[in-house]
Each structure stands twice: as C-alpha cells, then as structure tokens.
Design a protein around this ligand. Structure first.
Ligand SMILES: *Cc1c(COP(=O)(O)O)cnc(C)c1O
Length: 463
C-alpha cells in the first residue's frame, strides 16, 4: 500500500477523533459563525506528487478555506430554503460514509440498505399521513425528484397513445400544464425533452400563486384526447401557496391526466394539525416530490419521490437499466437500479431513517410549528413597522417583504447580508423586488428573530 495511505489507515482512530473535535467546535459556535463573507479571496492549489495525508489535508483546508465556510446550517440563514442538520441526521450521514453501501436491490444483493430505504419511504408516507399506495426512493434533491416523476409521467403519456417513449423517443403530442411551477420543474422538462417553452400556462387565481380551476378545466376540455401532465404546487417559493388538490382530484376523475405535486418543502405542512388541510386531496396525485434537506433538516443532499404503486411498471420502463446481465434480471426482484435515474448511489436513506426514528411525528410537528411561529414573529414586526411592508400573503413559513421606499430595498439587502448575522435572498413578487426570509431550520428561535430585527434596524439607520 502507498505509504501515506497506509499511515492514514493505521491512524484512522486519531483522524476521526480530530474530525470529531473539529466538528464539535464548529457546531458549538454555529450561532456566531457569519452567514456570509464579502471577501472570497483565497489560494488555489495544484495537485501534489506526494500527498499530505488526511490530517495534513484537514490542516491545509482549515488554514485556507475554513474561515470562509458560512453558517448555512445555523439559525439565521433564511435565504433560499436551507434546512439544518439535526443530531440524528448527522449521525446517519456520518455512518452512510462509513458503511459505504451501494444501495440497489432488496433481494440477492447481500446487503440491507435498499430494505432500509423502502422502510424510510414508508415511514415518511406515515409522517405525511399519506395512504399506502405510494412507493418511492431517495434522490439528490427536489430537482432530481421532479425529473424522476416527470420522466415516469412522460412514459405514461406515451402509453396513452400506444408509444414507448423510453425505447422509441419523444412524442410531441403531450401537453404540459402549469400555473406557478418551480424553476426546477421547468429545468426537468428541458432535460426530459419536453422543451421548457412548451408548457401551457394556466392562470393563477387573482392575487394568488395557485391554479385558477376554471382556467384549468377550460384547458382540459381544449386538450381532451391528448395525454396531459399537470404539475401542481404544494408550497410555492414566495408565498407558499397551495393548489386546491381536492378540486383538482375531482377534475382528475372527469378528465384523465397525470397529476404531479411538487411539495419540496410544503409537504411538511402535513406535520401540523393547523396546516395539514392545505394538502387535502394530494394523496390522489400520481407522483410527489419532497425534499429532505429542507424542512426535514437532513444534510445535503437528499430528497424523495413518491409514485403510485400502480405505476411501478411505467417507472421500471422509464429507468430500466437493460443490457447488463451482470446486474441481474429487472423482472425478478425490486432494484433501485431500475427505479430511478442513478445507478451506483450512496445509502442516502440513512440520515432520514435516523431522523424519523429519533424524532418521530411529534419531533417533526415541533420543527414545523416552530418555523411557522418564527415566520409569524417576523411578519408581525414588519406589519407594525413604519419602514417595511409585507409583500403578498404569508401562508406558512416564508415571509416576503420590502422597504416602503422600495428603491432602497436592494441596497438594504446587500448591506444586511454583508453584516453576516442573518442571510436572506431577493425575489420578484407581482413584478416588485422583495426580500425573502424562509424559516426551516430547527435551531431558529425568537431570539434569532430579535437579533435579525436589530440588524435590520441598524442597516436602515445607516441607509
Ligand atoms: C427547492 C425546491 C425545488 C428544488 O429542489 P432542490 O433540492 O434544490 O433540487 C423544487 N421545488 C420546490 C417547490 C422547491 O422549494
């Protein structure tokens, strides 16, 4: 064995101790670590002939890059929709790398990881109160989950007109309907060959981001006879608006179409008694996208897709890894190899499994309700303020706002983020530039909202 590699292997215990110490130091100071750094200058390295060993790599990383690592997993990182990492999720994630399984088959593979993955999917369906008619798997994020679901939807649409698109290529007869799709839905449609320009836009309700049901029905009548894929939203990114899944389910009975629900973070409304009604009827979907690295507080990267068990054949047609006899016969046993885009893949279910087992229904209910409570604290402050205004509705855990003197909103956000105490991101709502604060991290408290408000007031004074 190479000498340095051998030395690392002999010292694995002290290397892990060192990483553990380093990790604890980071996690214990996560409240104080900046949420952003304005100075990104750093050195670049060339490949060395002789390596430094794991400990040397850690030292080099720490001396050059560590100071630029931000507390995106901390309590005041409110940009995008960034979850944190619960202790159990971290434990599962660490072990995922230690175990280094290649999660594929439930039978004949000789390892248990695919069984644990299926169990995790089942527990997640239980967490969201979904019936037993979904199967699913883990992918790297909601983008890949949307891609996976829409890939199966494409296969379904082809079958409606007697075509096997996975084998014979694309049909241009398929109609895609959407009102307020997430950017990753559009990206997935590009990747799948639908062409992102070919989405037929449905109107949204006046002043809302949800599907106008009258317009939807008009489109369904217009395209009757063609296979239609409808992409719905369970939680839009700006106002966290939900489509009316009950009403859409009624239409689905009348006009047959594929119903896909992007519930990347909105799925977690199911964990709160006061908010689960927002999802009512989503169980009638053909496929659902849910992120784990957002509101579930599992580290990057992790999401699941759910698709109806009755669509399993379509799923396998879409992702069948054929012509590889050494990988077994797909008809014989369940294998993720033939169920989702990737072939080799990590044991990505483990951090989610640890979290589900560690915190249960009540733990996630607490996380979700705490986030919503923090969003309401910020909203209440903004509404009472003379300088800020809330933009759009606050339906759940995201607050959009702007300065009343809107020309200063952009500078305000740049300066606020530059201070490194709280991080938010810009968005456009009804044509107006706003600032978006998304609450999903389990660490966030009222105190963090107070710190953010104090920072906001300081920035305002200096503006
Ligand atoms: C974040 C998000 C996505 C994309 O998810 P990634 O995990 O970044 O791939 C898709 N849809 C919605 C509604 C989202 O919030």
């Amino acid at each position: 064995m190479n000498e340095i590699l051998k030395n690392d292997l002999d010292n694995i215990s002290s290397i892990l101790e060192e990483i553990k110490k380093d990790s604890i130091a980071f996690l214990n100071s996560i409240d104080e670590i900046p949420t952003s750094h304005t100075d990104q200058k750093t050195d670049s390295f060339h490949l060395m002939a002789t390596g430094l060993g794991a400990s040397g790599a850690l030292d080099l990383f720490n001396s050059h890059f560590r100071k630029l690592i931000v507390s995106s997993a901390g309590p005041r990182y409110w940009g995008y929709v960034i979850g944190g990492t619960t202790p159990a999720a971290l434990a599962g994630d660490w072990l995922t790398s230690v175990f280094d399984q290649n999660t594929q088959s439930t039978q004949g593979s000789g390892d248990i990881s695919a069984v644990v993955e299926l169990q995790s999917i089942k527990m997640m369906a239980e967490l969201f109160g979904l019936p037993d008619h979904f199967n699913g798997g883990f992918v790297s994020g909601a983008t890949l989950s949307n891609f996976t679901c829409l890939g199966v939807a494409r296969q379904w649409a082809g079958v409606q007109s007697g075509k096997d698109i996975a084998r014979n290529g694309m049909s241009d007869e398929i109609v895609i309907l959407a009102a307020t799709p997430h950017s990753s839905v559009i990206k997935s449609l590009s990747m799948l060959g639908f062409g992102s320009n070919n989405i037929v836009k449905i109107k949204a309700d006046q002043g809302r981001e949800r599907i106008d049901l009258f317009d939807l029905e008009q489109k369904l009548i217009e395209f009757s006879g063609k296979p239609v894929i409808l992409t719905c939203s369970a939680g839009t990114v700006n106002t966290v608006d939900f489509d009316d899944f009950q009403a859409i389910s009624v239409l689905k009975k009348k006009y047959s179409f594929w119903m896909h629900v992007d519930a990347a973070f909105g799925a977690f409304a199911a964990c709160s008694d006061n908010h689960q009604h927002l999802l009512s009827g989503w169980e009638n979907a053909d496929s659902i996208t849910i992120d784990c690295h957002k509101w579930m507080n599992v580290p990057y990267d992790s999401a699941i897709f759910l698709s109806r068990k009755e669509h399993q054949k379509l799923q396998v047609q879409t992702f069948q890894n054929s012509n590889a006899p050494y990988l077994g016969n797909p008809a014989e046993n369940f294998s993720y190899l033939n169920f989702l885009p990737e072939n080799s893949r990590r044991f990505r279910a483990l951090p989610a499994w640890f979290s589900l087992v560690a915190y249960g229904k009540e733990g996630f209910k607490w996380i979700v309700e705490n986030s919503i409570h923090c969003a309401m604290l910020l909203k209440n402050y903004l509404e009472a303020s003379a300088d800020f205004e809330v933009c759009g509705a606050v339906h759940l855990n995201v607050v959009c706002f702007a300065l009343k003197e809107n020309s200063k909103t952009s500078d305000f956000l740049d300066i606020l983020n530059g201070h490194g105490k709280v991080f938010m991101t810009p968005t456009i709502l009804d044509g107006q530039l706003c600032i978006r604060a998304a609450f999903v991290n389990f660490r966030t408290t009222k105190q963090d909202v107070d710190i953010a408000i104090q920072e906001m007031e300081e920035v305002l004074e200096g503006l």
